[in-house]
Design a protein around this ligand. Structure first.
Ligand SMILES: Nc1ncnc2c1ncn2[C@@H]1O[C@H](COP(=O)(O)OP(=O)(O)OP(=O)(O)O)[C@@H](O)[C@H]1O
Ligand SMILES: [Mg+2]
Length: 264
């Protein structure tokens, strides 16, 4: 589903601050594969997601998504195939619009402009059913402005919006990091259920090592712009946080440094 070949990214090329942030990344995700990405501060995790989403052009390499070579596509075109949720609950939704207006906007993504009708009865029924699955009571608040929702409720809604049109790829960048522990758990479980139900190909950056082993089907560890560990199957299920840290040290030659990682 996703095939990345020799992807490289340099920031500040030719300047004093030149920095190669991604170094010849190769990564293939099969349909329905759910990979958790972990790594130290500045390892390049967010940059990898941003290069896939087209926020930054890559310097070399290619990105295939499904049957499409999206390497040179602009971000807006990729966004029709890619669902994203960020760390900041304020980013995914329009706070001055109602819950149902936000969902309608997400549903219209990918349809050509000018052909967007109002919210039909069947849309509204669809929204209500999907919101009910979150078990947050949002199905009874569809006319409420999103600005009234808590961070966790907004992240849950953003997740719905990112998947209401089935994305070829779902990318989550520490999407529960700003939430309290209980809400974070809830949104993670919701993520797992949604990904499984829709069989979504997913890349999830997390700073929680336990989650990186427990959620999904694969664990990728990044360090200084490279994927230094790629765990799946038996090798992955045999890992603990301790052996993961030891493995990181062995493959990188360094201690794992990530403020949030170490605090979690
Ligand atoms: N737009 C940019 N311009 C210049 N440098 C950038 C830019 N975006 C990221 N960087 C640099 O690229 C490196 C990788 O950053 P990135 O945000 O991908 O790290 P990360 O693995 O997501 O880290 P964290 O765990 O802290 O979120 C860092 O050194 C960062 O300062
Ligand atoms: Mg990041």
């Amino acid at each position: 589903m996703l095939k990345i070949n020799n992807l490289s990214k340099v920031f500040g090329q030719g300047s004093q601050n030149e920095k190669q942030v991604l170094k010849q990344i190769n990564l293939t995700l099969a349909p329905g594969e759910f990979a958790a990405v972990i790594g130290g501060n500045g390892a390049g995790k967010s940059t990898l997601l941003n290069c896939i989403a087209g926020v930054h052009p890559s310097d070399s390499g290619s990105i295939m998504l499904g049957d499409y070579d999206i390497t040179n596509w602009p971000e807006y075109r990729r966004s029709r195939l890619i669902g994203r949720v960020f760390q900041d609950p304020l980013m995914g939704t329009a706070y001055a619009m109602t819950i149902e207006e936000n969902l309608a906007m997400a549903l219209a993504k990918g349809k050509s402009r000018g052909l967007q009708p109002g919210i039909s009865r069947s849309d509204r029924r669809n929204f209500r059913d999907r919101l009910a699955q979150l078990e947050l009571g949002l199905e009874n608040r569809m006319s409420d402005k999103v600005g009234l929702l808590s961070g966790g409720q907004r992240q849950a809604l953003t997740l719905l919006m990112a998947t209401i049109v089935r994305p070829s790829l779902l990318m989550l960048d520490e999407h529960t990091a700003a939430l309290d522990p209980l809400t974070s758990r809830k949104v993670l479980q919701l993520t797992r259920d949604l990904v499984a139900a829709e069989h979504l190909t997913t890349l999830m950056v997390t700073h929680n090592m336990t989650d990186a082993l427990a959620f999904g089907t694969r664990t990728l560890m990044m360090h200084e712009g490279s994927i230094i560990l790629d765990l799946q199957g038996k090798e992955r299920s045999g890992m603990t946080v301790e052996t993961l840290i030891a493995s990181f040290k062995k493959h990188s030659g360094e201690e794992l440094v990530n403020d949030r990682l170490l605090l979690s």
